[in-house]
Design a protein around this ligand. Sequence first.
Ligand code: ADP
Ligand code: MG
Length: 702
Amino acid sequence: MRPALLNPLFAPVTSLSGVGPKQDKLLRYLLGREETPRLVDLLLHMPSQVIDRRARPKIRDASPGTVVTLEVTVGRHRPPPPHNRRAPYLVYASDETGDVVLTYFRNPPGHVEKLLPVGSKRFVSGTLQMYDGLAQIVHPDRVVDESAFAQLSGIDPVYPLTEGLALGSLKRAIAQALAKLPDLPEWISPEVIRRCHFPPLREALSRVHQPIELTDVLPDGPFWTRLAFDELLAGQLALGLIRAQLRRPAGDRHAGDGHLRKKIIDALPYALTASQRQAAAAIADDLKQPVRMLRLLQGDVGSGKTVVALLAAAAVAEAGKQAALMAPTEILARQHIKTIATLAERAGMRVAILTGREKGKERRQLLAQLEAGDFDLVVGTHALIQDDVVFKDLALAVVDEQHRFGVRERLALTAKGEAVDVLVLSATPIPRTLVLTYFGDMDVSELREKPAGRQPIDTRAVPDSRLEEVMDAVGRALSAGKLVYWICALVEESEAEATDHLTNATKRFDSLRQRFGHKVGLVHGQMKGADKDRVMAEFAAQDIGLLVATTVVEVGVDVPAATIMVIENAERFGLAQLHQLRGRIGRGAEASTCLLLYHEPLGEISKARLKVIRETTDGFRIAEEDLKLRGEGDVLGIRQSGLPGYRIARSDVHGQLMTQARDEALRILKDNPKLKGERGEALRCLLYLFERDEAIPLIGAG
Ligand code: ADP
Ligand code: MG
């Protein structure tokens, strides 16, 4: 149970004044939450910069291009002429030294009149510009009267926003949330507080959101650092608790005699790579140890993790027990079963699939068989962790693409058996330094070599002004019988992202279809599972040659004959995502080409990303570069998938802090593994605050 003390922070943002259904929607999007965000989410939304509004020159002395706060008397208004709505609304204002024009474009009727009544005194803040020899401020950031001005700080934090959400309304909401912050007990030990000079939580939060000095919002300043430490400590503590739980003695071991594994290996149309053999051997060894297995199998896309997972499942099946493989999407689960089923059946293993699509009688029958032990391996999605799914004797949980699942799901699956061994598959090569952050202390196997016979991928960046040429080239490839992916960033333009040059998949599908006729198919995330599968199958069978897709093909989809990929608006994708996407080609024996279509002008980061992706296909190197270019959450695709990730701590700034948080977590778990007493209470608060409370039920009440 969450300590009642925290309740005010977990109230929905809609309980704040000025936050209605529209803001709710925008805030969900901004904060990456599916449900209505809570006050705590606002408080953990960090500013991205500050604006210094302390400069208060007279109009005559104000320098163009700087942010100034002017004290003015409002003069006449000049609304746009009635038939020219594009013309700006101008307000003339002055002080004793000169005049300034306040300019508003496309403003709701009546707004400016109310904000700047003729003859009133106002404090106006914004960037001063010279236009036609006149001082002007376009859309002043702030317009307030004298009494409101007295309340305002001259230093103004600026937050990441989303279209439609005004900075002012976000700030008003954050200020209200701050005012509701209860007094929380200190969870950091006095030694650490002293050594690191950490300010108390309340001070840290208020100085970041209501800075007094310009440096207050710097990530390496004392206030942000304290909050980052809290977040990291919560993460490390949760992982430690879970690990203590999963690392319990293993009981009955499931090391089989190898007969099924031998049959599978004999049935393979290829030889295992050396690293696949090593990984399989390490797993077989883990399964004999007296503690449970907790192993991460990392391998770049196409490195062949599935067959290693199958061999692990075979090992427990040899011992008469069951295995489950959980994938994050329907497509992936089907893909796995396709790869696995033939091999497994040839070895005499009984496999089944369970996703959201198995329903009614079919599902009931499947569940009954699973409970009776009729299946050795079940492959599925989230559907596997529903309450009514019961195993006869689950001994191994394989979780694919782990970072798409929360720890909660992993625990839910392992809870379906006695002392279940855990194998986590990750296709996003994660730098070693981060494995710890995200997975805790796990054993790691890496599949570093690509299966034999893989061809390199020729990757090129092309500005979208050359779209016609690219279309022509695709046409030639199609006539030559090649299979082509065409990736778009969006399905439909959502309100928040409607920008002219962003191509959506549906639109692109229409235009390509006009050109190439029925050779063209479309898959995207909003389609029904069965429809997606049908189109994918047509593509695999080469009934269609060109597949327009959103990032649903990002993970795991396997059509080895596909050799060309066009990625539109490549500048919009993260490095990890580009790498994952490109991993869909270069899987067969033929050489592949990847064209990154980008929209000019390119920002610095996008330019750097495209360069990295052109230079290398080594996922581990790409992950390292990604880490340098962006925050940790992005490396793992956490922001995109909306899972709770790290919101405050940043790998570029807080690397050192990570080690300290880990040491502190280990010390806590050694001295107080059940989080008892006053300090334990405080630490439980911390875990709830950062949504790392999954493990609390495991240790019981304080
Ligand atoms: P991933 O690691 O991305 O999950 P998969 O397990 O889906 O990769 O394997 C990608 C493809 O490589 C599959 O078609 C699989 O049959 C094939 N494959 C796996 N191991 C080898 C190998 N040692 N030699 C050749 N092909 C292999
Ligand atoms: Mg895979």
